[in-house]
Design a protein around this ligand. Structure first.
Ligand code: MF3
Ligand code: CO
Length: 266
């Protein structure tokens, strides 16, 4: 037989069938519902632990399972990352939301064996102008990454699009943002974290190919200062080294022949 390297299929980001994408969208809809309920409940005076309880109830009432709970020992169903917390903040009864807090909530659920993973950033009451811009710039970067989820693109084309989206937001809002170093998105399917890792910046044209049915969790994280972080003694909470505030947005997204399909919508 012939075994010319050039005739081997190039490495691709794992392909899901249309039916599997529908199953992932069902899991993603549960995540979206949980995030909506959490955001509605996130008013001044409530604890982040109470938000966790709301998310877990929504997920279980939908017949799904919280994917974060017990993941490498993680103790909750959401990550609640307030102000200088970037990601993986552990909900706590002692953490009471105050007006002007910048809150990122990350949530995952499993339904019929398929995972959805998404995150949103919002304010408690009214945000300061610069925090509002940070949250919007991060969301804009996510949108830019989503737009690159088309068959024929390669993994780092999505990274590059996220980075380009961040720089476009810097120009639009007239200020710099820190791109958080060392964290990024990921493949997702029957497990939450799968190959490949998706950096939030980088040169285009590298890495595995996107085909119809390739799915990635895209999750830009930006700060108002530097992109350097440290993990607290709880071994989970990631905070900015300089104390600057951070934002995090995430969707689970499929590349399809009809363009990008967001799987974590209500
Ligand atoms: N959802 C996060 C991510 O986007 C991971 C959460 S870690 C956990 O990759 F331990 F909290 F689950
Ligand atoms: Co994720």
């Amino acid at each position: 037989m012939i075994a010319l390297a050039g005739l081997r299929p190039r490495k691709v980001v794992a392909q899901r069938s249309p039916g599997e994408l529908d199953a992932m969208a069902a899991a993603g809809a549960v995540v979206a519902a949980a995030l909506r309920a959490v955001q509605q409940a996130a008013v001044a005076g409530v604890s982040t632990l109470s938000l966790d309880q709301i998310a877990e109830s929504v997920i279980r009432d939908a017949g799904a399972t919280p994917s974060f709970l017990g993941y490498h020992g993680y103790p909750a169903s959401i990550c609640a990352s307030v102000n200088d917390r970037v990601v993986h903040g552990i909900p706590s009864a002692a953490e009471i939301l105050a007006p002007g807090d910048l809150v990122s909530i990350d949530c995952g659920a499993i339904l019929d064996g398929w995972h959805g993973d998404a995150a949103v950033t919002f304010g408690v009451g009214t945000l300061s102008a610069e925090d509002a811009v940070l949250a919007q710039a991060t969301r804009d970067s996510l949108e830019a990454g989503i737009a690159a989820m088309t068959p024929g693109n390669r993994l780092s084309d999505v990274s590059h699009a996220i980075e380009t989206g961040t720089h476009a937001a810097e120009a639009r809002y007239g200020r710099a943002f820190g791109i958080v170093k060392g964290y990024g998105g990921h493949g997702i399917g029957r497990r939450m974290h799968m190959e490949p890792f998706l950096p939030n910046e980088g040169a285009p044209g590298r890495g595995p190919l996107l085909v119809p049915g390739s799915v990635l969790a895209i999750e830009p994280m930006l700060t108002l200062g530097s992109g350097d972080t440290v993990v607290l003694d709880d071994e989970w909470t990631v905070v900015t080294v300089d104390g600057s505030r951070a934002a995090h947005w995430e969707h689970t997204v499929a590349a399809t022949g009809d363009g990008p399909r967001i799987l974590t919508l209500g």
